[in-house]
Design a protein. Structure first.
Length: 217
């Protein structure tokens, strides 16, 4: 089995959603002075590669800690949306994968925007799902949808239509994924476990793809 890390490192001065403060790390204890090294971490719950719970935008929606662990692991399929620059991702991109989506737990939208990580371009003009496409995905019995961009909705506007459709359907959303270009369209599993935070509206995750090697059982 081959593992592919789909997560950006969490570090100071990293890209964060506009208006959010980046994480800060402070050395609280040192080996020289205290006999051990320990740092204090200060960051928002939607920092880096992270997961949105339904509670993030749906009143009385489920928090991450209320969901079973099985919701964070399962079969996944990649939808190539790299050709959607300048327009939204519609049913034309999803329907060719309809059979694979029906057999999967997660749909990962590969926009290619992870290549802009660290630059101003990362926050602008990335493709997002059309409302019809988001509603269709929400009705497919999935555990979640992931993207290699800062959000499933445009940064400007603030209407959060895609968030509303997916989270309102009980799905989780994984944002700021990377390395989706290293994945096959289907035939792999996704593991994306959140931190065990109580009443979690969101959490950083270590998203990892598990690929079966050729000839493996």
């Amino acid at each position: 089995m081959r593992l592919i890390d789909l997560s950006h490192p969490i570090e100071e001065n990293m890209p964060v959603y506009p208006g959010t403060e980046p994480p800060t790390f402070a050395v609280a204890c040192t080996v020289r002075e205290h006999g051990f090294l320990e740092r204090r971490l200060d960051m928002f719950s939607h920092t880096g590669t992270h997961m949105d719970a339904p509670a993030h935008m749906i009143e009385a929606g489920a928090c991450l800690n209320a969901l079973p662990l099985e919701r964070f692991f399962g079969k996944a399929v990649v939808v190539d949306a790299t050709g959607c620059t300048g327009r939204k991702i519609g049913m034309g991109e999803l329907l060719p994968h309809e059979k694979a989506i029906a057999a999967s737990d997660f749909v990962l939208m590969r926009t290619g925007w992870s290549r802009y990580w660290g630059g101003d371009e990362y926050f602008r003009a990335f493709p997002v799902l059309e409302p019809e496409a988001a509603a269709w995905l929400a009705a497919q019995g999935l555990s979640g949808v992931g993207v290699d961009a800062i959000s499933v909705d445009p940064v400007e506007g603030g209407e959060f239509e895609v968030h509303g459709a997916l989270l309102g359907g009980g799905l989780v959303i994984i944002e700021n994924l990377t390395n989706l270009h290293l994945l096959p369209p289907e035939g792999f599993h996704l593991a994306c476990f959140p931190l065990p935070l109580r009443d979690a509206d969101g959490s950083p995750v270590r998203a990892v793809a598990l690929l079966e090697l050729d000839g493996a059982g």
